[in-house]
Design a protein around this ligand. Structure first.
Ligand SMILES: *[C@@H]1O[C@H](CO)[C@@H](O)[C@H](O)[C@H]1NC(C)=O
Length: 425
């Protein structure tokens, strides 16, 4: 029995003995995953999923300000990527925060799995500290293991790796959404996932068709009939797509292991000698200012995309654009006209100047709608993959994302007869 007078002292001793992380910014209920150096290894560095990690100190004002946006980002990324935080004020975490190069709080790093397990690519996130900007940056970096199958190579893809079930998403969307990418990661090595233009064609085998909503939980349940998801499968997603596509899983048997490459994005359809080569015609080049004005900067021209690309990247970018245009035309889908603007075209420099782009960026892809007076820049010029560019085209087409107002004087004043009259997509 304690004497009455010592209870106050006892309470004070107990309080100071509580672990310091009781003072961390995020509670147990928070959607933000709380890390220690140990769990960083197992949950983040060894994950097949992309993660974002906040290194913070509970006393830091900017960290406290970030908290609501960060928790919202965690909610929106639930099922798509991991959102975690580590309290660098804790003694046992300090050396780790130091090793990670943390010099101020909060520091946000995006961790992207590489081909080598346990050796992810770590990038500093320096974008805006809003939920949307964080979500966009993370979603952009979700690895894409979804095979983009064309009519030509779908059968071949289905036939390979026979022991593995296959799931095919039939969609009219050109880009590969975050939900399907996250699912492909959850089932990496267990179920091969592809995306195919347009809707479900007649199939020979007995496909199981999923006709539910495009939400992560029910799709995961559906796919789990065929193979269990991986240990670090993420939870339910907020859901990023409209339920307008169907997906179909086709169980198959007996086969050899596939090279992972086959499932990775940007794989050009393989051209076998026995097949007709898939030749993507080059996109037109606008050599003169007059051509540029008439095709893209006329008072009545609709959305067009200009590629201003300096040399080392030129061939790559133009071939990616040709490929995208070609794929669209193969499936009879509309795409805005794409033009290559050689730097010798006097218009090229004036577009850069008038839009305030500067010269530093050797690759500029610009969507311009002169008739409506807006333009947009392809911001992630460090990712020039077909998938990334196509995702941007989708965003432009669907009107997602911010448009800039075209400055006065950039649109060619005189009415031009050659203006294209295609519809707004
Ligand atoms: C990552 O993917 C591989 C298949 O490539 C799988 O075997 C492994 O379990 C996955 N890792 C986790 C942590 O889920």
């Amino acid at each position: 029995m304690l004497p009455q007078s010592s209870t106050g002292l006892l309470a004070a001793l107990l309080l100071s003995a509580l672990p310091a992380n009781a003072d961390g910014l995020y509670t147990k209920k928070s959607p933000v995953l709380q890390l220690t150096p140990k769990t960083y290894g197992s949950l983040i560095a060894n994950s097949n999923h992309t993660s974002i990690v906040e290194f913070y100190a509970p006393w830091c004002g900017h960290c406290q300000n970030l908290k609501p946006a960060y928790e919202k980002a965690a909610q929106n990324l639930n099922g798509l990527a991991k959102v975690a935080a580590i309290n660098c004020d804790e003694d046992e975490n300090k050396p780790f925060c130091g090793q990670m190069g943390v010099q101020g709080f909060p520091t946000l790093k995006i961790i992207v799995p590489s081909k080598k397990p346990g050796k992810p690519r770590v990038e500093d996130y320096q974008g805006q500290r809003s939920a949307k900007a964080i979500v966009d940056a993370v979603v952009d970096r979700i690895p894409n293991h979804v095979k983009r199958a064309t009519d030509k190579d779908l059968d071949k893809w289905v036939a390979q790796n026979e022991d593995r079930p296959k799931a095919i998403l039939f969609t009219e969307k050109g880009s590969t959404g975050s939900l399907i990418r996250a699912l492909a990661i959850d089932f990496l090595g267990a179920i091969d996932v592809a995306q195919h233009w347009s809707f479900c064609p007649g199939a020979d085998a007995e496909p199981k068709i999923y006709e539910g909503e495009l939400k992560k939980k029910p799709i995961t349940e559906f796919l789990s009939q065929f193979a269990a998801p991986n240990p670090d499968a993420t939870g339910e997603a907020a859901g990023d797509s409209k339920p307008k596509s169907k997906s179909k899983a086709k169980p198959t048997k007996n086969g050899k292991p596939e090279s992972r490459e086959d499932a990775v994005e940007n794989q050009e359809p393989e051209v076998k000698p026995t097949q007709e080569p898939v030749a993507a015609p080059s996109i037109p080049s606008l050599e003169t200012l007059e051509e540029l004005n008439s095709k893209c900067l006329g008072p009545k021209t609709n959305t067009c995309v200009l590629a201003l690309v300096a040399d080392p990247e030129k061939a790559n970018v133009l071939s990616a654009l040709s490929e995208i245009a070609h794929r669209h035309s193969q499936r009879g889908a509309q795409l805005f006209p794409l033009f290559d603007i050689p730097s010798a075209n006097t218009g090229a420099q004036s577009v850069r100047t008038q839009l305030g782009l500067g010269d530093s960026n050797p690759v500029e892809l610009l969507a311009i709608n002169s008739r409506r007076g807006w333009w947009r820049r392809y911001e992630t010029a460090n990712d020039l993959s077909i998938a990334a560019i196509e995702a941007w085209f989708d965003a432009v087409r669907l009107g997602d994302g911010a448009k800039e107002k075209l400055p006065e004087g950039i649109v060619d004043a005189p009415q031009d007869k050659e203006t294209s009259d295609h519809d707004e997509l």
